[in-house]
Write a protein that binds this ligand. Structure first.
Ligand SMILES: *Cc1c(COP(=O)(O)O)cnc(C)c1O
Length: 379
């Protein structure tokens, strides 16, 4: 079945009372028992809810795997996954991961005794060299945020398997429409469904996709025990959004390709980072593991010619905002906004500069977006 058919149909028709075409919102905290030990499969919404279950079934159909937990936010999903480990365990991850993930790892979990190696994950030799007897997880984010570096999923997951460590991929940036890490052997996929899966910037959410019953059992236990599951209403919104994932991703990408090419030619832009450009340094990996380029891009603005604030203020259609993956175009500065919590040293090490601008390209008309950038880039 085509992924677009799955996203429209899977899990959706669960109402047998009135045959509603759309999944009802089961906005209830609790479910009554017919008698002791006998209910209809749900007892309390933190542990399970039919609306949330519909979304979980839909995401499993898109990513693969055996089961999924929909969580309150993307960070809730990541937090729950980190509870698979314990203090003393070692995790290998990138030096340019999502800022919130870095904050959780570095400033919450590391002081609790978790051990991290934040490295350049493009270099498989480095990844291999970091493995110790305590390595229990390799955390992959590809393409990376915000510089769109590609991590070799197959090669990295192979290292994890040999080390008997869990491999986890944060697949937020491309969505299952353009990348499916489970096909490369990943154990767990996480998403911030806040981004492309929902796609309309009107909800925060996350999910964890499991590839076997052991992971599923422990993961669902953790999500319930930690209390990080998603509310029925928010799950319903994500389920509504996910139905248009395919057409949205195509529209996002078509715009991103045009904008990346426009920016690359502009004299006040020093460099553009986008997997769909010929100038991207990892064409073979892109071809091997990605079904599309996505719609996140970054560029180095010549701020001597066009001051950052002036550029942002002149823009009409690009809102100065964190987050990404919604139908509207967003723009921001990782150094001062999304990635500020990394601190200047880690920012510099990962290649982010004060001139780096990150764009989440929306689905507006490409000509309008390019004209808007053009007038703001005049300086
Ligand atoms: C936004 C994001 C997260 C965190 O998700 P929230 O829904 O904001 O908690 C994690 N990883 C990536 C790649 C993200 O873009």
């Amino acid at each position: 079945m085509d992924i677009r058919t799955k996203s429209v149909h899977t899990g959706v028709k669960i109402d047998k009372t009135y045959n509603s075409v759309i999944t009802p919102i089961y906005q209830t905290s609790t479910f009554f028992f017919d008698e002791i030990g006998k209910n209809k499969g749900y007892d309390y919404t933190r542990s399970g809810n039919p609306t949330r279950a519909a979304l979980e079934a839909n995401i499993v159909a898109l990513e693969g795997g055996v089961n999924c937990s929909a969580t309150a936010t993307g960070m809730a999903a990541i937090t729950a996954v980190m509870f698979f480990l314990k203090p003393g365990d070692h995790i290998i991850t990138g030096d340019d991961i999502y800022g919130g993930t870095y904050r959780l790892f570095k400033y919450v979990l590391e002081p609790m005794g978790y051990k991290f190696s934040f490295i350049n994950m493009r270099d498989l030799k480095k990844v291999k060299a970091e493995v110790t007897k305590d390595t229990k997880m390799i955390w992959i984010e590809t393409p990376s945020n915000p510089l769109l570096n590609i991590v070799d999923m197959e090669g990295t997951i192979d290292i994890a398997k040999k080390a008997k460590a869990l491999s986890v991929v944060d697949n937020t940036f491309l969505s299952p429409y353009f990348q499916r890490p489970l096909e490369f052997g990943a154990d767990i996929v996480v998403h911030s469904t806040t981004k492309y899966l929902n796609g309309h910037s009107d909800v925060v959410g996350g999910c964890i996709v499991y590839t076997n019953s052991q992971l599923q059992e422990r993961g669902r236990y953790l999500v319930n025990a930690l209390g990080v599951s998603q509310s029925p209403y928010d799950a319903w919104l994500v389920l509504r959004g996910v139905k248009t994932l395919g057409p949205r991703m195509e529209a996002h990408q078509a715009n991103a390709i045009k904008i990346a090419n426009f920016l690359e030619k502009h004299k006040n832009v020093k460099k553009v980072y986008y997997p769909g450009l010929k100038s991207h340094p990892q064409p073979d990996l892109i071809k091997k593991q990605m079904k599309g380029f996505g719609a996140m891009l970054a560029f180095e603005l010549n701020t001597a010619k066009v001051p950052l604030n002036q550029f942002f203020k002149k823009l009409k259609y690009f809102a100065l905002a964190e987050s990404l993956g919604g139908v509207e175009s967003l723009i921001e500065t990782p150094w001062f906004m999304s990635h500020a919590s990394m601190g200047p040293k880690a920012l510099e090490a990962s290649g982010i500069t004060q001139e780096t601008v990150r764009v989440s390209v929306g689905i507006e008309g490409a000509e309008d977006l390019i004209a808007d950038l053009d007038q703001a880039l005049k300086g």
